[in-house]
Design a protein around this ligand. Structure first.
Ligand SMILES: Nc1ncnc2c1ncn2[C@@H]1O[C@H](COP(=O)(O)OP(=O)(O)OP(=O)(O)O)[C@@H](O)[C@H]1O
Ligand SMILES: [Mg+2]
Length: 99
């Protein structure tokens, strides 16, 4: 995985301003590497993972997963990844681990 100057802003839920969730992330994670992404609440961890898994577009910057661009080649990225989220929308309680 490679990320270059990845930025993402959201429209603020109130006040009409913008929230900068990612302010230019550069990262490189090699194949087979186990990588822990740590940060306080609101640091942008989920935003980063959503961009890498093609669930969200970056505002600017780019990222590749397994050599494929997460925006231009989203279908190829999706073929190569699996995501189990700990959030409310995950498969916990719906699917078993084996399923
Ligand atoms: N859909 C959205 N609309 C507006 N703001 C958002 C949205 N999603 C995230 N944000 C804001 O972007 C910032 C980063 O949020 P994100 O959820 O990526 O952080 P996180 O590191 O995953 O936090 P947590 O540890 O609480 O899961 C926060 O300020 C958050 O309020
Ligand atoms: Mg999160």
């Amino acid at each position: 995985m490679v990320a270059r100057s990845l930025k993402r802003t959201f429209r603020a839920s109130r006040g009409g301003g913008e929230v900068q969730a990612l302010a230019g992330v550069d990262a490189r994670i090699e194949r087979g590497e186990i990588f822990g992404l740590l940060g306080p609440n609101g640091a942008g961890k989920t935003t980063f993972i959503k961009i890498l898994t093609t669930l969200l577009f970056p505002t600017t910057g780019e990222a590749e997963v397994a050599g494929f661009d997460v925006v231009r080649d989203a279908v190829e990225v999706r073929r190569r990844i699996g995501l189990v989220s700990g959030g409310e929308s995950s498969g916990y309680g719906i699917l078993t681990v084996r399923e």
